[in-house]
Design a protein around this ligand. Structure first.
Ligand code: ADP
Ligand code: ZN
Length: 219
């Protein structure tokens, strides 16, 4: 099964991708995570990407397309994958379809469109804490770690992503709103998009998704 998760930052795409990955045993491919890893390397490329991400803008299509093409060429994607954060523009969606023409996993099965209200998104992003070591997400109020500022799973230190600060959040939402309609249209034409109310809790959204897969006879 090949899934694309679409939706605003903070809609919970990453959270669902992680649980889906455990259940379906399909690789979770997050372009945000891949980019953040390359920023860690502090290469010239990494520093450029860091600047773009901290402003809330998108990295150029060419660059991210190349990264995805390389990632999808790895054999762990042969039976399917969960794409989180890609495509983010119509050009990226076109490129993805082109890559999949010659991919063992075949075409995209479903595009899950996480619909969330502005208030919920801002609240989730501004309270989000991420583990420096394993990448697990927490939330100051909604999913507090047992020990303040430390990860429940690996004991790593928690931090606030630079792009989760207020000014950048606003810009990320603006960038998202400017780019989402052509993408939705693109997948509506292919009849692949399914809208999900992402304001519900992570557990409730997961239940909706599982039911959807059954209805679509993907499970
Ligand atoms: P979120 O979905 O919460 O905004 P991500 O971790 O997916 O966060 O992405 C963080 C940043 O990485 C984005 O704001 C953007 O700068 C960059 N990025 C991630 N995926 C893409 C993409 N497909 N195209 C362009 N830029 C991307
Ligand atoms: Zn951790």
């Amino acid at each position: 099964m090949n899934l694309v998760l679409l939706g605003p930052p903070g809609a919970g795409k990453g959270t669902q991708a992680k649980v889906l990955n455990e259940g379906l045993k399909l690789p979770h491919i997050s372009t945000g995570d891949i980019l953040r890893d390359s920023v860690k390397s502090e290469s010239k490329f990494g520093l450029e990407v860091k600047k773009i991400m901290e402003s809330g803008a998108l990295v150029p299509d060419d660059l991210i397309n190349k990264i995805i093409e390389e990632r999808l060429s790895k054999p762990d994607t042969n039976k399917g994958f969960i794409l989180d954060g890609f495509p983010r523009t119509k050009a990226q969606a076109v490129k993805l379809d082109e890559i999949l023409k010659n991919h063992p996993a075949g075409d995209i099965d479903l595009v899950l469109y996480f619909d969330s209200t502005l208030k919920v998104i801002i609240d989730r992003l501004s309270g989000r804490l991420v583990c420096r070591n394993c990448g697990e997400n927490f939330h100051i109020k909604n999913v507090p770690p047992k020990k303040e500022m430390f990860c429940d799973h690996c004991g790593g230190e928690l931090y606030q992503r630079q792009d989760d600060k207020e000014d950048t959040i606003k810009n990320r939402i603006k960038v998202y709103e400017e780019s989402i309609s052509p993408l939705v249209e693109y997948y509506e034409k292919q009849k692949k998009i399914r809208k999900i109310n992402a304001d519900f809790s992570a557990k409730e959204v997961y239940e909706v998704l599982t039911k959807l897969f059954k209805d679509e006879q993907l499970l």
